[in-house]
Design a binder for this molecule. Structure first.
Ligand code: MG
Length: 160
């Protein structure tokens, strides 16, 4: 029996005016940003939930409640770093992370490389272990209608 576990994370945030758009720790110039108690980095949240899910440790809402003032405006990369540290304290290492952002606008391709590096740094792994992709949903649904963005993430973790 190998000590592998997989995890899945999914998150959604609403788009609104007057908020900065932050994805994978990258501040992206845009007319709207994601609404949330923290910085609403939907990508970092989906990845953190995947890591927690891999060890059946609940989700980031449980670990960093949005009713707690200390997480207001929180840098989600710091929350992700805390989750990666928790995973290591349980004796696990991160094998790889693969994530997809669902967003109609803006074009995210120019920012993907920096997102991967930021996320890798937060999790203290190498950038080759992190994959971030972005897709539109062809104008359909809440992402297509610019009401929000979503992110999916999966990960593999292992006990060496
Ligand atoms: Mg979230």
């Amino acid at each position: 029996m190998h000590n592998f576990r997989i995890g899945h994370g999914y998150d959604v945030h609403r788009l609104t005016e007057g908020r900065e758009l932050i994805l994978g720790g990258v501040h992206i110039p845009h007319t709207t940003g994601l609404l949330g108690h923290s910085d609403a980095d939907v990508l970092a949240h989906a990845i953190a939930d995947a890591l927690l899910g891999a060890l059946a440790l609940g989700d980031i809402g449980k670990h960093f409640p949005d009713t707690d003032p200390q997480y207001k405006g929180a840098d989600s990369l710091k929350l992700l770093a805390a989750v990666a540290t928790l995973l290591r304290t349980k004796g696990y290492q991160i094998g790889n992370v693969d994530a997809t952002i669902l967003a109609q606008k803006p074009k995210l391709a120019p920012h993907i490389g920096v997102m991967c590096q930021n996320l890798a740094d937060a999790m203290d792994i190498s950038v080759e272990q992190v994959s971030v992709k972005a897709t539109t949903e062809e104008g359909l649904g809440f992402t297509g209608e610019l009401q929000g963005m979503a992110a999916h993430a999966v990960c593999l973790v292992y006990k060496p």
